[in-house]
Design a protein around this ligand. Structure first.
Ligand code: NAD
Ligand code: IPM
Ligand code: MN
Length: 350
């Protein structure tokens, strides 16, 4: 391990998470990036074995000892409460304050584009999802549970600090990557208090970025436009819950959930990288899951760690694999998870 070696904590997690992360780690090794991996078994298996979701000092250890965290997926039907996913995945996002969930939406080949009259190269935008607030904060409760008078409340928490920093991140991202427009999406016509705050802060922050255009769109209309004409989007910033939903929709514009990558970022801090998809229990253990979302995520992580050349090589190899149909079945090929991963690793190494 040299001075410049980056330390990455790997949490493969559950289901297909384990399979796709194994391939993505191989690809990083093939790219010969100076990365030292330490694997953690935090998962449904571990939880069912000894009740551990994440050890008590887990988050401080991750921040102290690692430059990045690479996660597969968490979620298992044997843990219906999803408590381990909440503690581990949402724990990292919230307790490590990874406030910007950056989810690029790029269609890599015409064969993956589900829309008529739209070319792959025309689908190229990024969703910046607020990642530490909203209904995800677990403020709420139930009252008179199990009676006809039962009440359930789940609060949508939005703070000026939280809203402002993610909107600024979106504008800074636009500047850094030569994007021209930031669109903020909310439902302020109904969520007048919570999203009224988003409206006010967005207008204020946009004023500081006169070189970047700003636009607003209600989230329902955004869903319609994403399918009718995704060419119009550049950077979209939105709240936690809407960001979750629209990035599954956006994944369909990229060839499906198997192709979508993401980073959970706090600039300058240990950040976490994971594919957008979940553990896909029906696919688990069958060598059919698409590893490209995880491999593209690995490239995003390498870029964050300063290994731009390795990241570019990996991205180029994935584009070529899709073009040559050296892929899993969901995106038109006939390879298994391992074989598709191996193809990328060989190309990257070569
Ligand atoms: P999912 O993303 O796991 O799968 C939905 C569908 O998308 C699959 O049935 C499959 O058709 C397709 N898909 C997903 N990943 C794919 C891949 N790599 N290759 C090919 N096809 C793929 O979502 P779900 O079924 O709603 O959730 C399953 C579990 O995963 C749940 O426990 C959920 O909470 C969890 N989850 C975790 C994360 C995460 O860890 N970041 C994200 C989403 C869902
Ligand atoms: C995602 C997932 C998570 C979310 C779940 C598993 C908690 O759907 O990363 O998109 O809702 O953020
Ligand atoms: Mn999701």
């Amino acid at each position: 391990m040299t001075e410049n070696t980056k330390r990455v904590a790997v949490v493969p997690g559950d289901g297909i998470g384990k399979e796709v992360i194994a391939q993505a780690v191989n690809v990083i090794r093939a790219a010969r990036a100076a990365v030292d991996f330490t694997e953690f078994d935090w998962s449904a298996d571990r939880y069912l074995k000894d009740g551990t979701t994440i050890p008590p000092d887990g988050f401080s250890m991750l921040s102290r000892d690692f430059d990045a965290i690479f996660v597969g997926a968490l979620g298992d039907p044997r843990v219906p409460s999803n408590i381990h996913a909440k503690d581990i995945l949402l724990g990292m996002r919230f307790k490590m304050d990874l406030f910007a969930n950056v989810r690029p939406v790029k269609c890599l080949d015409d064969s993956l584009c589900p829309l008529k009259n739209v070319r792959a190269g025309e689908i190229d935008f990024v969703v910046v999802r607020e990642n530490t607030e909203g209904p995800y904060v677990d403020v709420g409760g139930v009252f008179k549970q199990g009676t006809p008078d039962e009440v359930a409340v789940q609060e949508d928490v939005n703070t000026r600090k939280g809203v402002e920093r993610v909107i600024r991140y979106a504008f800074d991202y636009a500047r850094r990557y030569g994007r021209k427009k930031v669109l903020m999406s909310d439902k302020s016509n109904v969520m007048t208090y919570a999203h009224g705050l988003w409206q006010r802060v967005f207008k204020e922050v946009a004023g500081d970025y006169s070189d970047i255009a700003s636009q607003h769109m209600y989230v329902d209309a955004l869903c319609m436009h994403m399918v009718r004409d995704p060419r119009q989007f550049d950077v979209i910033v939105t709240n936690n819950m809407f960001g979750d939903i629209i990035t599954d929709l956006a994944a369909a514009l990229q060839g499906g959930l198997g192709m979508a990558a993401s980073g959970n970022i706090h600039p300058g801090r240990t950040s976490m990288f994971e594919p957008v998809h979940g553990s896909a229990p029906p696919f688990a253990g069958k060598n059919i899951a698409n590893p490209f979302g995880a491999i593209l995520t690995a490239a995003t992580m390498l870029e964050y760690l300063g290994f731009e050349a390795a990241a570019a090589k990996i991205n180029a190899a994935v584009v070529e694999a899709v073009r040559q149909k050296k892929t899993t079945q969901d995106v038109g090929g006939d390879l298994g998870t391992r074989e598709a991963g191996q193809w990328i690793a060989e190309r990257v190494a070569g």
